[in-house]
Design a protein around this ligand. Structure first.
Ligand SMILES: C[C@@](CO)(OP(=O)(O)O)[C@H](O)COP(=O)(O)OP(=O)(O)OC[C@H]1O[C@@H](n2ccc(N)nc2=O)[C@H](O)[C@@H]1O
Ligand SMILES: Nc1ncnc2c1ncn2[C@@H]1O[C@H](COP(=O)(O)OP(=O)(O)O)[C@@H](O)[C@H]1O
Length: 388
């Protein structure tokens, strides 16, 4: 048998709306989560920068993270003998913690096979910024599951895992992972409600999806990430708990209101932009607005440790950048600018007719350096698989 290879691109996501409820303990895992109601959209993007000498835009390749899987022709009898390797560039964390390896292990545990490939090698080229609220690690995990379910069962002559088992595996790997597993068919831009802790993916009405597609086509999507500022998800959820909140988690109620709000388009004060919000950015604004945050409020603890206090002060500076960025983006004629997930990146829609060069020049002039990407809504279902 020849080496079996599969290659695919992992998209990112943005949260168009993100309401966070109270924390709770999940019964079967004993872990603490928050109930949420979020509207997620799949996106591809393309790095872009300004070449000042030539006064030109320079574009990187379009897409997201690139993931490849190679199955060796040599076989072994037991799953314990399978050699799983990963080459990740740049490596976001130790190999065994990488969601690609964790997803592959979880998948191999579940599949019932009489023989296995001796070697399973993944290579991952990371392009999605990390700890940026773009779900890159979650996308990697979901796409790993999909790749394996496409390649391994025919290799081993066993039936593929069912949609339900795949969803269960995905939810075990992370709350955002099931969204990237979802089959959105030919719809050119995955859009769904994610409920519970985020693992319950619920479709929107077809009419609303069409309305949003129509509206979106009048604008151009950009993504920006303040360089060097990242927001670890768990820490950001903990920060929210210190603030009193009332979150509306009923997606049907939200959906009923959304349709009517789309008619007036996107602008800083349009009904749609005022209605959709992200509880994390409210928390960021509240923290950044304080004169001098106490260590307890910033999550650093009250140890009197000088190093820790320094880190706390730096974090406070980061929040100021995140809190001031939307207003700056609106001053560049953005139609909608908002933080994605728990931060630190922002999605920005500009009117489609606006010059890309002018937008880029404006973004480049923000006092804190930004990583800048041109975005595009995409289906999270894409992928190419081939035999070599
Ligand atoms: C905030 C969101 C919004 O889409 O995205 P990111 O900003 O991370 O991209 C998600 O809820 C992130 O989901 P995900 O990144 O999969 O988180 P998980 O791995 O499941 O959990 C990481 C940690 O975040 C906290 N967590 C996560 C989800 C949730 N609903 N409540 C939580 O309290 C828990 O402390 C958990 O230990
Ligand atoms: N393949 C992966 N890509 C990115 N991060 C990963 C991956 N595997 C594990 N991680 C861990 O997950 C954490 C958050 O991942 P990421 O998806 O970048 O954040 P976010 O959900 O905020 O967009 C990282 O800090 C990293 O340690």
């Amino acid at each position: 048998m020849a080496i079996l290879k599969g290659r695919t691109t992992c998209p990112a996501k943005i949260n168009l709306h993100l309401a966070v409820g109270e924390p709770y303990i999940e019964k079967h895992s004993g872990r603490s989560f928050h109930r949420i109601c979020t509207l997620m959209q799949g996106v591809y993007f393309q790095g872009v920068r300004l070449n000042e000498d030539k006064d030109q835009l320079e574009w990187e390749e379009q897409g997201g993270d690139l993931l490849e899987l190679e199955l060796s022709p040599e076989r072994v009898q037991s799953r314990d003998e399978v050699q799983l390797t990963l080459e990740a560039q740049p490596a976001p964390c130790p190999t065994e913690d990488n969601l690609v390896c964790r997803a592959a292990k979880a998948y191999v545990e579940r599949l019932d096979c009489r023989f296995w490939p001796q070697r399973m090698h993944f290579s991952l080229k990371k392009r999605i910024p990390q700890e940026a609220g773009l779900g890159g690690g979650s996308a990697n995990a979901a796409i790993t599951l999909k790749l394996l379910n496409r390649l391994l069962p025919p290799y081993c002559g066993s039936p593929a895992l069912s949609v339900d088992t795949m969803s269960e595996l995905a939810a075990g790997l992370g709350s955002d992972v099931p969204f990237f597993l979802r089959d959105f068919g030919s719809f050119p831009g995955s859009l769904a409600w994610c409920l519970g802790r985020g693992e319950q993916v619920v479709s929107l009405s077809e009419r609303l999806v069409e309305q949003w597609q129509e509206l979106q086509s009048q604008y151009r999507l950009w993504l920006v990430k303040p360089r060097g500022i990242s927001c670890p998800t768990g820490e950001m959820y903990r920060r929210l708990d210190s603030r009193p909140r009332r979150a509306e988690l009923d997606h049907l109620m939200l959906e009923r209101q959304l349709s009517g709000l789309m008619a007036e388009g996107l602008s800083e004060n349009s009904p749609l932009v005022r209605f959709l919000h992200n509880d994390f950015s409210l928390a960021v604004r509240a923290l950044a607005g304080r004169e001098c945050p106490g260590a307890g409020e910033t999550g650093a603890g009250e140890t009197g440790d000088i190093e820790q206090e320094k880190q706390t002060a730096e974090k406070y500076q980061d929040f100021r950048v995140l809190a001031t960025l939307p207003q700056y983006l609106y001053s560049l004629a953005a139609s909608w600018a908002a933080m994605s997930g728990s931060g630190s990146s922002f999605f920005v829609w500009f009117p489609a007719g606006l010059s890309q060069m002018e937008i880029l020049k404006g973004l480049t002039a923000f006092p804190h350096p930004l990583e800048i990407f041109a975005g595009q809504s995409c289906s999270v279902t894409t992928g190419q698989y081939h035999l070599e």
